[in-house]
Design a protein around this ligand. Structure first.
Ligand code: IPE
Ligand code: IPE
Ligand code: MG
Length: 253
């Protein structure tokens, strides 16, 4: 089954064809560029973050519509604590507001809201909202909206190693049993497929500590578009490009 989307590439209208039988199961997005978006408009950075939160709605809806199963959004990294306190506070406040404001709509869309990262370091109110959102949506069967919060790929691997070591010491597993599948069971993403595609907005071409283990065979897609301006057309363009990649996983065809 094919579908035609009219996508404005900037210079002219182009029709791209998305194959609805080959939709990535897991899309992960590094939502970058909120600050630069605001700066360009001579607004404070916090306005960029507000606009960034607004941009999420359309992308969740479109992902659901296309049948994406997992959408992981990098919202706050373990390194983002380095930012000025006021900016960190605004980001935390926006998270709580987002969960409150969007909950009914997300629930109606059958979305499961969950998170990856060490949320125990977030303000209590954020932790409570996240836990409530998960408990109230965990029986839904649609898109899994996975918010990466206080997430860092390296700290995820450190925490997995510590937990595996503990189980080894307690004799719950043996060293011979430790393999890639076991390690995956100790990551925040346990039970989820690896991201098929990682999208990064705002022009930077780096991972910034995102999904280091899981990205082994992910396709990367970059755009100069800043996150607040990222629309469903851009998502469709990314999926279209993804569908035209040759994923060989080290083999030959
Ligand atoms: C992404 O936008 C949001 C977070 C990292 C929390 P930035 O705040 O990084 O925006 P730029 O990169 O400074 O433009
Ligand atoms: C990555 O963006 C983290 C998030 C989008 C949450 P950053 O803006 O923090 O990354 P760097 O500092 O440019 O690498
Ligand atoms: Mg940035």
């Amino acid at each position: 089954m094919k579908n035609i989307f009219g996508v404005n590439t900037g210079s002219e209208d182009t029709n791209i064809e998305i194959d609805l039988n080959n939709i990535p199961k897991h899309i992960a997005i590094i939502m970058d560029g909120n600050g630069r978006w605001a700066k360009q408009k001579k607004l404070p950075r916090t306005f960029g973050h507000k606009a960034g939160v607004e941009a999420i709605r359309e992308i969740v809806k479109e992902s659901s519509r296309l049948g994406v199963k997992y959408l992981t959004l990098y919202a706050f990294s373990t390194e983002n604590w380095k930012r000025p306190k006021e900016e960190v506070n605004t980001l935390m406040k926006l998270l709580v507001e987002y969960l409150k404001k969007e909950f009914n709509e997300l629930n109606a869309q059958n979305v499961i809201i969950r998170s990856i990262g060490d949320i125990s370091k977030l303000p209590i109110i954020c932790q409570e909202q996240l836990i409530d959102a998960y408990n109230n949506t965990k029986n839904n069967s649609g898109l899994v909206l996975n918010l990466a919060l206080n997430y860092g790929g390296r700290s995820e691997i450190v925490s997995a190693l510590k937990n595996i070591y503990k189980e080894l010491q307690e004799g719950k597993i043996s060293l011979d049993e430790v393999n890639e599948d076991i390690i995956e069971n100790y990551l925040y993403t346990k039970g989820m497929p690896d991201p098929d595609i990682i999208i990064r907005t705002a022009g930077e071409q780096r991972l910034s500590n995102f999904l280091l283990w899981q990205c082994a065979y992910s396709e990367f897609w970059y755009t100069n578009v800043k996150w607040p301006d990222f629309k469903k057309e851009h998502l469709n363009m990314a999926i279209y490009d993804y569908q035209n990649r040759d994923r060989r996983y080290g083999g030959i065809k």
